[in-house]
Design a binder for this molecule. Structure first.
Ligand code: 5RP
Length: 222
C-alpha cells in the first residue's frame, strides 16, 4: 500500500471508531493535515449523525463546511466528544510530535477540550525516540532570535520556517537534531521560554488511541 492509501485507511478507521459514540448533539474536534483531510472526507457520510465540529485550522474549517458540516467557534463549546488528528511522530507511549502543518497551538487547545484524542497516522510516523522530525515551536515574531538562542542552549538546532505565518499571526522555528528522551520535561521547558506560544510536543497530554496504518492493516494502539 502507498502512504496515501494508508492515510485513507486510517481516516476511514477513525470514522468507524467514533461512529458508535456519536449522538445528535455531539460536537467533535477535527485536526489538520493530509491525514486529517482523509478523515474529514470520510466523515461526510456521517454528517447528519452529529451536531458539528470545531476545527484546528482555517483550512480544515473550510473543508468541513464544504461537506455541509457546521463549524463552531471553540468559545461556544464547553467540551468536545473526541478529537481526531494526525501526527508527525508517535512513540509507544503515544507521545507525539505535531505541527508539521503549523497548526500546533490550535491543535493543542482543541486537544485540551476533548474527552478523547484519537491520533491517526501511517506507519512512517512510528518511532522509538521522538526527535528525528524537527520539533515545531510557534513563536511571537519579535521573540524569534531570542527563542532560537534559548533553543540552542537546550541542545537543538532551530531553523526559521520562512514564508509561514500561523493562523494566529506567529512564526515557526523547527528544531533539528533533538533526541527527546524525556518528552514531558522538554515540552514544559520549551513552553517556559518567553515568546514561545507553544511547542509541538504532545506528551503531557498525548493521544489516548493511535490508529496506525500498516501494510498488515490498521492497528489500534492504546
Ligand atoms: C499539523 C499537524 C499534522 O497533524 C501533522 O503535521 C501530520 O500531517 P500529515 O497528516 O499531513 O502528515 O500536526 O500541524
Amino acid at each position: 500500500m502507498t502512504q496515501d492509501e494508508l492515510k485513507k485507511a486510517v481516516g476511514q478507521a477513525a470514522v468507524d471508531y467514533i461512529a458508535p459514540k456519536l449522538q445528535r448533539d455531539s460536537i467533535i474536534g477535527v485536526g489538520t493535515g493530509s491525514t486529517a483531510n482523509c478523515f474529514i472526507d470520510a466523515l461526510g457520510k456521517l454528517k447528519d449523525d452529529f451536531e458539528g465540529a470545531v476545527a484546528s485550522s482555517d483550512a480544515s474549517a473550510e473543508r468541513l463546511q464544504k461537506l455541509g458540516i457546521t463549524v463552531y467557534d471553540l468559545n461556544e463549546v464547553s467540551e468536545l466528544l473526541v478529537y481526531v488528528d494526525g501526527a508527525d511522530e508517535s512513540n509507544a507511549q503515544l507521545e507525539l510530535i505535531k505541527g508539521g502543518g503549523a497548526a500546533l497551538t490550535r491543535e493543542k487547545i482543541v486537544t485540551a477540550v476533548s474527552r478523547e484524542f484519537v491520533c491517526i497516522a501511517d506507519e512512517s510516523k512510528w518511532v522509538d525516540v521522538l526527535g528525528a522530525f524537527p520539533l515545531p515551536v510557534e513563536v511571537i515574531p519579535m521573540a524569534r532570535s531570542y527563542v532560537a538562542r534559548e533553543l540552542v542552549k537546550l541542545g537543538g538546532d532551530p531553523v526559521y520556517r520562512t514564508g509561514v505565518v500561523t493562523d494566529n499571526g506567529n512564526v515557526i522555528l523547527d528544531v533539528h537534531h533533538l533526541e527527546i528522551m524525556e518528552p514531558k520535561k522538554l515540552e514544559a521547558e520549551i513552553n517556559q521560554i518567553a515568546g514561545v506560544v507553544t511547542n509541538g510536543l504532545f506528551a503531557r497530554r498525548g493521544a489516548d488511541v493511535l490508529l496506525l496504518g500498516t501494510a498488515e492493516g490498521v492497528k489500534t494502539i492504546k
